[in-house]
Write a protein that binds this ligand. Structure first.
Ligand code: GTP
Ligand code: MG
Length: 218
């Protein structure tokens, strides 16, 4: 059920998820949008687009989410998705140091190419695995803290599996985004927008092995 209330001002926020393959980007989105989790999930091809509304006081926040593919062959597509985004979730797997270094690269790329026009949240996902791992195998806390301080980032630890902190990450982005008065669009329910449970999978000709944009699969 679309719970949007006619006439309610809606702040639309474009969010992009970036990070190495298999860190859990799609799982974070799935948990946020549908409160669901899939133990074995196919890697994303190109990117997926989903939307989700949340309600805060007397306004709605509509997240337009671009869930990018982490496989290296799709990396050239990323600027297309982050260029117009207001916020980025840069995700790594908290048990995998290599994925943290990749996240650092994404943050540096965003700062270089988008400057301060984008809100960045660093997300360490899969906290549910921490107890099961040898502690030495996880990403060192000091390393994360140093990086966040240096780059002035918010940091969240999440588990798409248990749902820990997933809603909080998006809520924090909603709070950090400048208020509607000048920037946000006020949409009525009659606007031609994509509703919460529709999704588009994009596959681009520019990438080897991928096909032409498929359009809406709804
Ligand atoms: N234990 C655990 N597994 C997770 C979590 N999040 C994702 N996974 C698993 O990790 C695997 C990869 O998850 P995806 O969400 O597909 O990862 P992705 O970052 O979207 O990967 P790409 O689409 O290839 O970029 C899947 O088998 C998920 O079930 C988590 O919080 N905890
Ligand atoms: Mg994915």
């Amino acid at each position: 059920m679309d719970k949007s209330i006619a006439g309610m001002p809606t702040l639309t926020i474009k969010v992009v998820l970036l990070g190495e393959s298999a860190v859990g980007k799609s799982s974070i989105v799935l948990r946020f949008v549908s409160n669901d989790f899939a133990q074995s999930k196919e890697p994303t091809i190109g990117a997926a687009f989903l939307t989700k509304r949340i309600y805060r006081n007397d306004e709605a926040i509509k997240f337009e989410i671009w869930d990018t593919a982490g496989q290296e062959r799709f990396a050239p597509l990323a600027p297309m998705y982050y260029r117009n985004a207001q916020a980025a979730l840069v995700v790594f797997d908290i048990t995998n140091e290599q994925s943290f270094h990749k996240a650092q690269n994404w943050v540096e790329q965003l700062h270089e190419r988008v400057g301060n026009h984008i809100i960045i949240a660093l997300v360490g996902n899969k906290t549910d695995l921490l107890g099961m791992q040898n502690l030495n195998m996880g990403v060192k806390k000091e390393m994360i803290e140093d990086f966040c301080q240096r780059e002035n980032l918010s940091y969240f630890e999440t588990s798409a599996k248990t749902g820990e902190n997933i809603h909080e990450v998006f809520q924090a982005i909603g709070e950090k985004t400048p208020h509607p008065t000048q920037k946000a669009r006020r949409n009525s329910d009659h606007d031609l927008t994509i509703t919460d449970d529709q999704r588009i999978d994009l596959e681009s000709t520019t990438v080897e092995g991928a096909r032409e944009t498929g359009g809406c699969s709804c």
